[in-house]
Design a protein around this ligand. Structure first.
Ligand code: TXA
Ligand code: MG
Length: 319
């Protein structure tokens, strides 16, 4: 496995070629690092599932370089989905749409829909463009962590998670820390009304303000459709406790204005909610490195992004 440091156009081109040849490339996005493979190559996709240890009925997100590629992967795209795409792409938002013929069962977990996203990270975008020049149509990429574990927000974290499971021809692109730090907002656009399946940086309030679109609540029966919706997910080895104060020897995460409980290890002290999102996964990871048994987290307050962080932390705390 190669680690591509300081990636310039030449290295990114090489990575795109490796993807086209059926190898895996872990790469930065603005949300978290993804583990990429050619979305039309069934063999390469099956390797994503085995490296992650992920059940094959959990669908993958296909990354494309621009809104102009939507039609290749999706059909019957509602007007409101196009509005969302025009407003929030490139960016941290995934749209679930009715799949085209191109989207195989091995990508969608056998569902009739496909998840699509145009990332804004420059390395990711450049790699997508180079991949398309070689005849590629999309790069499937789940978060580059073992199934159920904490998503990686740096190339070091990718290496720790799955480095040992990659083969000689696979690579990890080093692209610094992720700008947002938690996964994209997932919006189901297969019904008359849009529903948010996974909250993220793009919030219901932003959608209402920018394109005057109302978001419908998730029907209960659909709540289990995305893997992030499983009760326990995003979990470090340490037990995560929400609220309260840490005891001596335990980890503690909370906004900077909350004092560190005596004898505990401060794992993050973000000044803002965005900083909270950027640091949370790394902080949980640090707790594991220090072999802490418990990490106490004081949840951030507010709607929007704070709500998305709480969503991840509730799952990290579930056993
Ligand atoms: O920010 C992100 O979305 C990152 C970066 C790498 O783009 N990717 C990511 O992928 O978080 P993953 O596989 O860890 O989470 C994607 C979620 C899963 O919960 C999956 O079940 C859901 O998206 N998903 C994908 N396709 C879907 C579909 N057709 N219907 C419903 N859920 C879908
Ligand atoms: Mg994931």
């Amino acid at each position: 496995m190669e680690i591509i440091t300081n990636p310039m156009q030449h290295e990114i081109k090489k990575a795109a070629k490796a993807l086209k040849d059926g190898h895996l490339v872990a790469f930065p996005t603005e949300t978290v690092y993804g583990l990429g493979a050619d979305a039309t190559n069934e063999k390469a996709i099956s390797r994503i599932y085995s490296v992650k240890g992920r059940p094959t009925n959990h669908p993958l997100i296909v990354h494309i370089s621009s809104i102009s590629k939507l039609d290749m992967w999706a059909i019957d795209i509602p007007e409101y989905a196009l509005k969302l795409a025009k407003e929030f792409w490139p960016g941290p938002m995934t749209l679930i749409l009715t799949r085209s013929q191109l989207a195989g069962d091995f990508i969608t977990g056998g569902q009739s829909s496909v998840g699509l996203r145009v990332p804004s990270n420059l390395i990711a975008l450049l790699m997508l463009k180079e991949f398309e020049k070689l005849g590629g149509t999309g790069i499937a990429a789940p978060s580059a962590n073992k199934f159920g574990s904490v998503s990686p927000t740096s190339s070091e974290a990718v290496y720790e998670e799955i480095g040992g499971r990659l083969s000689d021809q696979d690579s990890i692109i080093e692209g610094g820390d992720c700008e947002i730090g938690i996964e994209s907002t997932i919006i189901d656009c297969t019904h008359e009304e849009a529903t948010i399946l996974r909250p993220g940086y793009v919030t219901e309030e932003m959608i209402l303000e920018k394109i005057k679109l109302d978001i419908a609540p998730i029907p209960w029966s659909e709540k289990i459709r995305t893997s992030g919706q499983l009760k326990s997910h995003y979990s470090p080895k340490a037990e995560v406790i929400l609220g309260g104060l840490a005891k001596p020897g335990e980890g503690f995460i909370g906004m900077s204005h909350i004092a560190t409980p005596i004898g505990s290890f401060r794992l993050a002290a973000p000044e803002t909610v965005l900083e909270f999102a950027q640091n949370i996964y790394n902080a949980l990871r640090m707790g594991d490195k220090k072999k802490l048994k418990r990490i106490v987290v004081q949840l951030p307050e507010g709607n929007g992004l704070a709500n998305a962080i709480c969503d991840r932390l509730f799952k990290a705390a579930a056993r």
